[in-house]
Every structure is written in structure tokens, then in C-alpha cells.
Ligand binder design. Structure first.
Ligand SMILES: [Mn+2]
Length: 283
């Protein structure tokens, strides 16, 4: 596995610890390789709603939490911005959990001086669709898809095949979901513009992206429920979208130096993941 080093900041969201859909094994592997100066936890880290429904706490979920808590001791600044599934922690904004800072929202100042609003993103989801936006047949449809994804990939792993995000294909065919994502992204970019910032960093819709919208940058971490993605800022202030399962892959990148060809080369996570899926299928 390639080392996860040379990054200045890492952004993770939608881990959903406490829910059976959390890909805790890949997440643990990611955290073991993690080397950076600061880590932002961009909401839905603990799924308190799922825990309230049904207690679920395997050993690996505890290990993830313990590892997150010990990161500050290893010299990594950790900032926790709660989401809607762990919104109870928003009441702790301004205080600390161990050495982890809790913020309602925060501003990330990049290595190149650009300023980004960091929040979970549920404020851009006016209809409160969240992760069940996929089908509108409700949460159960999405839960079924996650369930299938989990077991499908367990079988693939046993067969020695790499992880394959089952729902990427389903989602990509649904125009309505695309319209929702587009709407969400527009609102996020508009908010950054209204606040005089260079962009927005968020999660919530479980759909990783690095996208220029108008004059602002829209960055979404994705999740560790299905897609196993993280957003990373390199030493220059450019961003990369990382996919972390059996291997590390860069799905998309953005950097000032690449500016002339940015429009031509900026892959949406969407297209990139489709490509990745095809590679996996071909493998
Ligand atoms: Mn959320």
C-alpha cells in the first residue's frame, strides 16, 4: 500500500461509526497510514441515529475512535465539525473532546492562502434528503443498497477481487439524484461566494467531488460507507481526492500549478469513479 504522506491536511466525513455500513477496516488502514499536519472530521463521524435505533459497536469501530482520539498526541491537529447524524456534539462547539477541537463550522486557510468554509453541509440540503436522496423510495432503499454493497464486497474480497462501489452505477443512472447533487453543490458554492471565501469543504451527500463552480471551489470528502474517499490538501495548497481500499488511487486533483489545463483535466469524482469501476470490472 502506497504511503499516505506529504499531505498538509486531510478531510474525512461520513464515517458513520456505530452503523453496520461503516467500512471500518479500510478506515483503520487509512488512519494507520495517515501522516499530515491537520485532520478535519467533517461530520457524521458517529451515527448516533443508527446507534439509537440499534446498538452496534464492533471492536473495529472502537479502534477507529481510539485512533482518532490519539492523533493529537502524535502532533496532528484535529478539528471536529459535527454533522446531522452526530448533531448532539454541536452543543460542544468551542470546547474539546480530549485534545480534539469541536467547531460548529470553521475556516480552513490553505497553504496558498485560500480560505475555505468547512461544514458538514446538511445546511445545503433544504429538503433534508441527506443520504436517502438516492431514490426517494426512502431510507430503506438506500439501506438495502448499502447492505448489498457490504455483502457483495465481502464476497469479492474472499475471491481476492478489489473493492467495488456497487451503488456508483445505480446512482449514476438516476437523473433526479444528479439534479439533487447539482443543486446541493450550487448552494454550497453560492454560500462561499456570499461569505467572500474561496470555496466550501463539506460532506453529507456521500458524493466526493472537486469541482469549480463559478469562481469558487466545491470540495466534498465523500464517505467511508460506500466510497471510501478522503479529501487531501498537499503542501502547495492543491487538493486531491483519495480513494482508499486495497490500494490508494487519486480520483481527481486540483492545483494552482495545473490551472491552465484544469478545465480540461478536472474529472468529476463521478466520472472518475465510473472509470475506476470499469477498471475493476476489467480486472
Ligand atoms: Mn449528513
Amino acid at each position: 500500500m502506497a504511503a499516505l504522506s506529504g499531505y498538509r491536511s486531510i478531510f474525512l466525513s461520513d464515517l458513520h461509526l456505530g452503523s453496520p455500513d461503516c467500512q471500518a477496516d479500510y478506515l483503520l488502514d487509512f488512519l494507520r497510514h495517515l501522516r499530515c499536519r491537520q485532520l478535519y472530521l467533517v461530520g457524521d463521524i458517529l451515527d448516533l441515529q443508527a446507534l439509537a435505533r440499534r446498538p452496534f459497536w464492533p471492536r473495529t469501530h472502537g479502534e477507529v475512535l481510539a485512533r482518532l482520539l490519539e492523533l493529537p498526541g502524535r502532533g496532528i491537529r484535529v478539528c471536529y465539525v459535527p454533522g446531522n447524524h452526530d448533531h448532539a456534539f454541536r452543543a460542544l462547539a468551542g470546547s474539546r473532546i480530549g485534545a480534539i477541537e469541536v467547531c460548529r463550522e470553521t475556516i480552513h486557510v490553505g497553504a496558498d492562502g485560500r480560505r475555505f468554509r468547512v461544514s458538514h453541509g446538511d445546511e445545503f440540503d433544504q429538503e433534508g434528503i441527506g443520504r436517502s436522496w438516492l431514490t426517494r423510495i426512502g431510507d430503506s432503499g438506500h439501506r438495502l443498497l448499502c447492505f448489498l454493497n457490504r455483502h457483495f464486497n465481502r464476497l469479492r474480497r474472499r475471491a481476492g477481487l478489489p473493492y467495488f462501489p456497487l451503488s456508483v452505477h445505480a446512482k449514476s443512472r438516476i437523473g433526479r439524484a444528479l439534479a439533487f447533487i447539482q443543486d446541493f453543490e450550487q448552494r454550497a458554492a453560492a454560500r462561499a461566494e456570499a461569505e467572500g471565501l474561496d470555496g466550501q469543504i463539506c460532506g453529507h451527500i456521500h458524493f466526493a467531488a472537486i469541482r469549480t463552480i463559478g469562481s469558487r471551489l466545491y470540495l466534498n470528502c465523500g464517505d467511508f460507507v460506500e466510497h471510501c474517499t478522503a479529501l487531501a490538501e498537499n503542501a502547495d495548497g492543491g487538493f486531491e481526492l483519495l480513494h482508499w481500499t486495497e490500494r490508494k488511487a487519486v480520483l481527481a486533483e486540483e492545483s494552482l500549478r495545473a490551472q491552465p489545463s484544469l478545465q480540461a483535466t478536472a474529472l468529476t469524482a463521478f466520472a472518475a469513479m465510473e472509470r475506476l469501476s470499469e477498471l475493476d470490472l476489467a480486472a
